[in-house]
Design a protein around this ligand. Sequence first.
Ligand code: PEP
Ligand code: MN
Length: 337
Amino acid sequence: MLVVMEKGATEEQIEAVIDRLVEKGFTVHRSTGVMHTVLGGVGPMEDFDPLELEVMDGVKECHRIMAPYKLASRPFRPEGSVIRVGDVEFGGSEVVVIAGPCSVETPEQMDRIASQAAAGGAKVLRGGAFKPRSSPYSFQGLGEEGLKLIRETADRYGLLVISEVMDHTQIRLMERYVDIIQVGARNMQNYNLLRYLGESRKPVLLKRGLAATIEELLLSAEYILTGGNYNVILCERGIRTFETYTRNTMDISAIPIVKKLSHLPILADPSHGTGRRDFVIPLARAAVAAGADGLLVEVHNDPDKAWSDGAQSLNLVQFAELMKQLRAIAEAVGRKM
Ligand code: PEP
Ligand code: MN
């Protein structure tokens, strides 16, 4: 149930509607927009007549949300969500770039990458400390030591930190070191983890699963939102198709589709989307042209020696070139970088 309040509805009128919804068994999520306050009521719809609310003072309109996801749906916040992390805004006019290695490896590696990431205009440093590897024999990440290292490095260059959580038992630890918690593709449907993240106060970057539909991605976001954590950023990172030339197939169309269906910011990850560094720049350009709110790219000072995902990591020269090209595209589509 979605209740849109009149422009200028009083706090008293809003409270009265909230009370009525609660009385009827709904859980209420409030979105205070620039123009309108919107109340999302999640609960028993069967025997409820929207007219009951529509006649209340200060109510503009009231209707059922047909999509299976409610709080993630565009009507809940028609103007779009802007998620502020420090002084960086996701979903605003700026295209935000997150850059860094697949895995946190050494102090020298992190320092060299971070200095070039910052110089090129990236705002967030990435790097996994807990790695979801296909093989249990591959490097699994440095754990807390890696989190400390990425935090110290990012602070030296005024960058924010994002790193991946693999399990709910790691959330408290991650919260001490990172600004944004990443949920990887393999965990997009780990509903238990998503529920725990709904209780965290840290923004969450939720990556689309390897074989997940856009609707499933939005339903996974709903798990986090319904727990009260409204700071969710989505990320298209390529899906499995019959094509084997690239690691995944970068689904550019997901970007405008998510924009239409949801108010949440959507980023693109052309590194995992293609698996090959020679295709990262063209796909990054396409993503920004299609309306992505930002990019997540893997960058390494010595990609051929990277401990994970070297083949898809840009070297430092390529990263500088990427940023130069993106500035032109961003400007052409009315965005800043
Ligand atoms: C990553 O960002 O390094 C990663 C593991 O990504 P994904 O979950 O998209 O495979
Ligand atoms: Mn990776």
